[in-house]
Design a protein around this ligand. Structure first.
Ligand SMILES: C[S@@+](CC[C@H](N)C(=O)[O-])C[C@H]1O[C@@H](n2cnc3c(N)ncnc32)[C@H](O)[C@@H]1O
Length: 242
């Protein structure tokens, strides 16, 4: 799976083009996973990138890919916890966070915290790209119980845009994951799990993981496809004089 989010290469390309970054501009990707989005952004624009993620395996894969794909030393990938990082205000020209706002806080606070922290980290006129879940319609209690509390999703697509505006940001662009992107994302996880579990037929831990994965799959089929959305939000921080 290229991205650990419901995102296709063509939508990633569209988002990168919309950001419109220039060579040498500085970009931070929080919760970058295996770094595919940042690698593509740097390949396409020549911007300087830093990707951080808690997951050491993901960061190692990102570093390996960067060695062959972007030999100039950018993007740099670092295993780090966003909660422990401290950069000066305005260090970056753009800050990205796709499917990772939980790096900024728990539950309902994750997205507003991300808006606040990321707008502080970018310069005046700097850009934010946030990938965040939203509800297409109110979720049934059974689905919420399956997701577990806090689900971290409490807004509609429009409310995700307007919250950025309430934080003093200018909404520049918004897109949503389509059904193909969602199906690819969910089924990639499920088929990987099915194959791994099949290779460990007598291992009770894998049996448990498989049970959980199949319950998740059924919840996706029953409720998720019609209920949960994923949006991509590009905001601009106002210029210094605004
Ligand atoms: C759903 S994945 C998204 C990965 C990537 N942005 C993508 O779209 O492929 C969420 C990522 O956030 C990372 N993460 C969670 N909490 C974090 C934190 N406090 N600091 C840095 N990364 C964090 C996880 O390790 C995970 O790789």
């Amino acid at each position: 799976m290229l991205f650990n989010s419901p995102l296709s290469p063509s939508k990633a390309h569209q988002l990168i083009q919309t950001l419109g970054l220039s060579p040498q501009q500085r970009v931070l990707d929080v919760g970058c996973g295996q770094g595919e989005f940042l690698l593509r952004l740097v390949e396409a624009t020549g911007a300087w990138g830093l990707g951080i993620d808690l997951n050491q395996d993901a960061i190692q894969k990102a570093q390996l890919a960067a060695k062959t794909r972007t030999p100039g030393g950018s993007p740099e990938f670092r295993a780090a916890d966003m909660q422990k990082e401290a950069w000066e205000d305005g260090t970056f020209d753009a800050a990205l966070c796709i499917g990772s706002t939980h790096a900024f806080g728990i539950g309902d606070q994750a997205y507003p915290n991300a808006l606040q922290a990321m707008s502080r980290l970018v310069k005046p006129s700097g850009l934010l790209l946030i990938g965040e879940c939203y509800w297409k319609q109110p979720p049934p209690q059974e689905y919420l119980a399956l997701l577990g509390e806090p689900s971290g999703i409490s807004r509609t697509h429009g409310e995700n845009v307007w919250l950025g505006q309430e934080h003093g940001l200018i909404p520049l662009y918004a897109a949503t994951s389509n059904q193909d992107e969602w199906d690819h994302f969910e089924w990639s996880h499920i088929s990987k799990l099915e194959r791994q579990a099949a290779a460990h037929p007598n291992d009770p831990q894998w049996r448990k993981k498989l049970e959980r994965g199949r319950a998740w799959r059924d919840g996706y089929l029953r409720w998720g496809r019609t209920t949960m959305g994923f949006g991509f939000y590009i905001f601009q921080k106002p210029a210094a004089s605004e």
